[in-house]
Design a protein around this ligand. Structure first.
Ligand code: BG6
Length: 491
């Protein structure tokens, strides 16, 4: 793989000893280092609030990098990389508390500084203020924001107001790691580099779209955060809506940030709002009870978070409608949940059936499907009707044409964070959300939250290890596709 080198930089990770940083950020930087995209002129500054924890933090980072490696490790390279990490204590949120960081950054003044905020977003304003008071922000600086950005439109705007005192919009990178996934990026190529699909990419030919992001894991150690968000804010507000945008948007004039963001924003602004009536018919939320996931007995959500009063949803399914010329009448079914039967994410484009059936004796002809599987395997399938071999009339069944990403391209697939961090370093904002997109997403999400409040919508309980209660929002002729079935395809 050819790589373009990156200019010298410092990356300062706030929340640097946190789960996300050790699992994703440092391993991503390491893999880019191994691929020789980063030279030796960079420093990773890991900000911690825990005194005397340096050795432990580096050991932790070391073990998460080891766990992320799927190629033969060059130990010397790993040691070189670990030496690039400086653990910096910031024990108080004061000008004085930032002294050590200031000294670090001032010793390499000509490098660009990336401030990666991997803390709860309630701390973003204070961090940006202290960076400004310490004169650490200049025109070369950038700030990366991890989700969730607030818990409502109001709080998200408040956070933005504080951040924008320190950084301009073109210095702000709101990360949604789904946009960094290879298969998600391939969606753009699939749509805009293939003549075949664009002509049938509308409600004229597409009957419905399904987007499923199913997880078999529960809330793990993130119960405190998750219980305040639930599936709607944790997954739909960002990842699923971004996937919907990529499917539904008009072709951008160019693949540049401002063009792509404008088209995504138009989709978000065309989403039909919910009220207390439509949330009842077109959304469902659920919470998992005890059950078996991959043959293992697991606790209920309430047991997992040790709070028997929680009303937080761990599953949500939504029938979203887009009120625009292209999509009028085509439902976009979104579904996501924790502790579902399997971890898999996919987008299914269900095409309409043929206009006239010339094989009436065979019954109805199902429409073609385009299946874009995002994980665990990355694959695209086109399901088409095929004649069964043999004499005596026409019998047919759906057969899938498969493009297996991993088989077709032998090189290693970079993790989403690798791509996104490199884009930040290069100043490429196409895969990051603009504040306008974020606000449009919040407005739509709040129509659901308010609808649920007014309608007093309750969680439907679902057994851990099941597919969740998504069926009730489907129109009669639709069903959730169970394409992923341990190789035993049911299409
Ligand atoms: C995160 C959510 O953004 O995405 C998590 O906060 C979720 O709750 C995760 O588990 C899923 O990401 P992936 O890449 O594993 O599908």
């Amino acid at each position: 793989m050819k790589v373009k080198k990156i200019d010298p930089f410092n990356i300062v990770v706030f929340g640097g000893d946190g789960d996300l940083a050790v699992r994703k950020i440092y391993p991503a930087l390491f893999h880019r280092f191994v691929d020789k995209q980063l030279d030796l002129d960079f420093t990773i500054i890991c900000i911690t609030r825990t005194p005397n924890s340096k050795i432990q933090i580096i050991e932790n980072i070391h073990s998460f990098i080891l766990a992320s490696i799927d190629y033969s490790l060059n130990k010397a390279l790993l040691n070189k990389f670990l030496k690039k990490i400086v653990v910096q204590e910031v024990l108080s949120p004061t000008i004085e508390g930032y002294k050590g960081l200031k000294e670090q950054l001032e010793s390499t003044k000509n490098r660009q500084s990336i401030f990666y905020l991997s803390t709860p977003s309630s701390a973003f304003g204070e961090i940006c203020n202290l960076l400004t008071l310490n004169n650490l922000v200049n025109e070369k600086s950038k700030v990366v924001l991890e989700k969730p950005l607030g818990v409502s439109l109001k709080t998200s705007k408040e956070i933005h107001a504080k951040i924008s005192l320190a950084f301009t919009e073109n210095q702000i990178y709101r990360i949604d790691h789904y946009l960094g996934k290879e298969t998600v990026q391939n969606l753009m190529v699939l749509r805009f580099a293939n003549h075949l699909f664009e002509h049938s990419w509308s409600s004229e030919d597409i009957d419905s779209v399904q987007i499923t992001v199913a997880e078999s894991l529960g809330v793990e150690k993130r119960g405190d955060y998750y219980d305040k968000s639930g599936a709607l804010l944790d997954m739909v507000q960002n990842h699923l809506l971004q996937l919907l945008c990529l499917i539904a948007m008009e072709p951008p004039t160019k693949l540049e940030a401002s063009f792509v963001r404008t088209e995504k924003l138009k989709v978000l602004n065309s989403l039909q709002m919910f009220d207390e009536k439509t949330v009842e018919t077109d959304t469902v939320k659920g919470q998992y009870t005890r059950g078996k996931v991959k043959d293992e007995l697991v606790n209920s959500y309430l047991e997992d978070i040790d709070n028997y009063e929680s009303k937080t949803e761990t599953f949500v399914a939504i029938k979203a409608l887009i009120d625009n010329w292209r999509w009028k009448g085509t439902p976009f079914y979104l579904r996501t949940g924790k502790r579902m039967a399997k971890r898999y994410s996919e987008i299914i484009i269900n095409f309409k059936s043929v206009r006239h059936n010339v094989f009436p004796s065979q019954g109805e002809i199902p429409g073609n499907k385009l299946i874009i599987r995002l994980q665990p395997e990355e694959r695209i399938e086109l399901v088409q009707m095929t004649k069964l071999p043999g004499p005596g009339g026409y019998r047919y069944r759906p057969i899938s044409l498969k493009l297996d990403y991993v088989d077709s391209f032998k090189e290693r697939f970079p993790e989403a964070y690798e791509r996104l961090i490199i884009d930040v370093l290069r100043g490429e904002q196409t895969l990051f959300m603009h504040q306008d997109e974020l606000e449009a997403a919040w407005i739509w999400i709040e129509s659901i939250v308010n609808g649920w409040k007014k309608a007093k919508t309750r969680n439907v309980l679902y057994e851990a290890g099941s597919w969740g209660p998504g069926d009730q929002i489907l129109e009669k002729e639709h069903k959730w596709s169970k394409a992923y079935n341990d190789g035993n395809q049911e299409i």
